[in-house]
Design a protein around this ligand. Structure first.
Ligand code: GLN
Length: 256
């Protein structure tokens, strides 16, 4: 929409790359809260740590960070946040989950961890998909790659980097995978935004069960969107990558 500069008296200037304003909560029970907050603030948004249900009232969207999904699950229930989070989602609050956060937004986990009584970990859900935890193998706990990612176009900010600025290729992001899940199956309403081809997955050796090895020619789903929900297997926030957060803020603002 806002592809031209607004007249001086415009009450609402168009979104600029340097200032993508929104109040975005970051679930701050466990995980890499600070990195998400810094990325949001670098984009001109306000990051609001969320530890209790009442704090959901003042935000426009919520990020569920990476960490450990079993711990985040336990803490959301202990802090009385699980039901309020589901309510907020039902009422349309945009949410973005990275890594453990992706697991928290999945309707189903292929291999949930169980507590000592045999109760499987729970999720908030919302995304009609099955995720597999630690899918790329533990022995390679971390790797980084460049991924093609759909939907990053920003027609309203094209050219903002100024003349002569080297721009990153429009449709790629820098992605770090840390004991990451992949998405094993998606329902009809879930759009795949990024997949990682077998050739870019580090060789896990012989430690993975056969069903987790990725045959040549196959790609694993690592980013999805459905309506106002976004999830990535990887952490964009630890490399200085901002484009996924930018997309999320544009989703919050109804611009993507
Ligand atoms: N393996 C973790 C889990 O199951 C996710 C790891 C991460 O968020 N970096 O929750």
């Amino acid at each position: 929409m806002a592809s031209l500069d607004s007249p001086r008296d415009s009450p609402r200037p168009p979104a600029r790359r340097a200032s993508l304003g929104a109040r975005v909560g970051v679930l701050a029970l466990q995980g890499d809260v600070r990195e998400h907050a810094l990325t949001l603030e670098a984009l001109g948004s306000v990051a609001v740590p969320v530890r209790r249900a009442s704090e959901l009232a003042g935000i426009d969207g919520l990020i569920l960070p990476g960490g450990e999904s079993t711990t985040i699950d336990k803490l959301t229930r202990i802090f009385g946040l699980a039901e309020p989070l589901k309510d907020a989602m039902r009422n349309g609050m945009p949410m973005y989950g990275s890594c453990a956060g992706m697991i928290m937004l999945a309707d189903r986990i292929a291999d949930p961890s169980c507590d000592q009584h045999g109760n499987p970990q729970q999720t908030i859900g919302g995304l009609d998909m099955v995720v597999r935890r630690n899918a790329f193998g533990r022995q390679r706990e971390s790797f980084e790659t460049t991924l093609r990612f759909e939907g990053l176009d920003r027609p309203d900010t094209a050219g903002d980097d100024g003349p002569g600025t080297q721009r990153r290729e429009a449709d790629t992001v820098q992605a770090v995978f840390i004991r990451a899940p992949w998405v094993e199956k998606v329902g009809d309403g879930v759009r795949v935004l990024a997949s990682i081809p077998a050739a870019d997955i580090p060789d896990p050796g012989n430690d993975l069960p056969a069903h987790q090895l990725t045959p040549a020619g196959v790609a694993r789903i690592v980013a999805v969107r459905s309506g106002t929900l976004l999830a990535t297997s990887f952490h964009p926030e630890v490399t200085g990558e901002r484009r996924v957060h930018e997309l999320f803020i544009r989703m919050i603002r109804g611009e993507a």
